[in-house]
Design a protein around this ligand. Structure first.
Ligand code: ACM
Length: 508
């Protein structure tokens, strides 16, 4: 037992000191560290003059995350972390300043966290929590390598994780568990691919038959559930980007509203030839602005196979009357959907195919989400569009043989050197498609590999060393496990598989 505990302490503290790196994922932008071990008082508190309930709730969460043992410390003590925020503005989105400064002094012992707003403070609290370790021998919570001086901010404003609640339903508790872990890795966007062809679990009050397309009466989200997810996410510095994928990937919509689909035996893409389709989309998106308050909406647009349009006589006749090729009908659909998005006050995001088909015909506000080919990102920003990167070769979490190294090495600036074009690269997102995940395996399929992408999206571009990252990744995975997230061993060749045999969590 003693040897095992000793090994834990050795790996978690001394090894980091030897490599002069912070035991934090993602690695902060700038940090200085010392050589002193600081002990936290047993009545340690977080304090702030801010009355923000977001901050007060975070204090409660981090108290419970950090202090899971009782302790009887002796010697010089750190009694508090004082938190100051400049602005009480709690709007959250792409423009939010997420920076923070964390200063931990040794003589006298003090700790201060300063941020522009509450969301930077949340990141600072996470960093602080990763510096504190319980020393079982000393029966004390300690911070190694103090003093610390950390000046941190993300490299990219969009650091996402996508979940797919259509291919398998994920109950609210599972979604919240994903959000908890995202906050630990400083990811800030939950892209919620809420519906697809297989099921439509989300309630719409305006179109109450839409969730007739749910798998069952139980596998559903009420509007209040969705609002609850949005608020739970916001409390953790995460905004929710909802996706209604259209016109493809939408067969489940026809269960309740067959009139918006070409034919009963040929259900998608959605029928572009009838206003019923666009009326429903408008009503749905309008309603969803009351649920998802951020400026953006993901309208999918991927994998549109127009066979059902040519095979359905009424749609084929409509295309002929408009003098449209199938591609022009696809463009017509995208343009109408974009207009609806703008009319309800939202900026549309589409998957890459929409750019590949229509290029600069798209309105310049549109954001393109790359998944097919990393190289398209350079073309998108060169054409003046903003871009989000999720190239499926290395940032799709359902690809179980893709190792953390591949997730880590994927740089959004690859092939983009012009600083003006780099500004259009908003960041990226790892995608957890749902065909083979449900609550039984979602955590271990996402984690710890998503943490490698999280560091790529937060830390400076030159933080690329695999050996150093692996040290931190192993420790982060153990931290996730301690916090109740079922992250799999980091060095799996097949993601989410169980450990091969006995061994420390820090070595798997
Ligand atoms: C996608 O994977 N079809 C975006």
């Amino acid at each position: 037992m003693f040897t095992f505990l000793f090994a834990l302490c050795f790996i978690s503290a001394a090894n980091f000191a030897a490599g002069a790196q912070a035991p934090i994922i993602p690695q902060p932008m700038q940090f200085d560290m010392g050589q002193t071990t600081l002990t936290l008082a047993s009545n340690f508190v977080f304090n702030s003059s801010s009355k923000s309930s977001t901050l007060v709730n975070a204090f409660e969460r981090y108290k419970s995350l950090i202090f899971s043992h009782t302790s009887s410390p002796t010697g010089t003590m750190l009694g508090s972390l004082s938190v100051t925020v400049d602005s009480a503005d709690e709007n959250l989105g792409l423009d939010t300043d997420e920076s923070y400064m964390l200063k931990i002094e040794t003589s006298p012992a003090s700790a201060e966290l300063h941020a522009a707003n509450v969301y930077g403070a949340l990141h600072g609290l996470e960093t602080f929590s990763q510096l504190v370790m319980y020393n079982f021998t000393a029966d004390a919570y300690q911070i190694s390598n103090a003093p610390w001086n950390i000046n941190d901010k993300p490299r990219f404003p969009y650091r996402g994780l996508m979940i797919d609640t259509s291919r398998h339903f994920e109950p609210i508790r599972a979604v919240k568990q994903v959000l908890d872990a995202m906050a630990y890795a400083k990811l800030n966007v939950l892209h919620w691919h809420v519906v697809d062809s297989q099921s439509f679990p989300l309630q719409s009050v305006k179109y109450p038959k839409l969730w007739d397309g749910a798998y069952t009466g139980q596998e559903r989200f009420t509007i209040d559930d969705a609002k609850d997810v949005v608020e739970y996410a916001r409390q953790r510095g995460i905004w929710v980007l909802v996706e209604f994928d259209m016109p493809g990937h939408a067969a489940s919509w026809c269960v309740g509203y067959p009139e918006i689909c070409p034919a009963p035996d040929c259900t998608q893409p959605l029928n572009p030839a009838t206003n019923a389709t666009f009326d429903l989309i408008e009503g749905l998106l309008q309603e969803m602005t009351g649920v998802f308050p951020n400026q953006y909406i993901h309208l999918g647009g991927d994998e549109v196979n127009t066979n059902c349009w040519t095979k359905t006589p009424s749609v084929a006749a409509w295309m002929k009357s408009q003098n449209f090729t199938t591609d022009q009908a696809y463009m017509y659909f995208i343009e109408r959907a974009h207009k609806i998005a703008h009319d309800v006050g939202r900026i549309p995001i589409n998957w890459e195919e929409v750019f590949n088909h229509f290029g600069t015909q798209l309105d310049k506000e549109s954001i393109i989400h790359v998944w097919l080919n990393h190289a398209t990102a350079a073309k998108i920003v060169a054409a003046g569009y903003r871009c989000i990167l999720s190239n499926s070769d290395v940032w799709y979490l359902d690809h179980l043989t893709v190792t953390w190294e591949k997730f880590y090495d994927n740089d959004p600036f690859q092939g983009i050197s012009d600083p003006n074009q780099q500004k259009l690269m908003l960041g990226g997102e790892v995608c957890m498609w749902g065909e083979t995940v449900d609550p039984s395996d979602i955590d271990q399929t996402i984690w710890p590999r998503a943490a490698a992408a999280a560091e790529r999206l937060w830390s400076p571009q030159d933080v690329t060393d695999h050996d150093q990252f692996l040290q931190r990744l192993l420790a982060f995975r153990c931290l996730l496990n301690r916090r109740g997230i079922k992250a799999a061993p980091a060095n799996n060749t097949q993601a989410r598989s169980a450990p091969h045999g006995p061994g420390s969590c820090y070595k798997q």
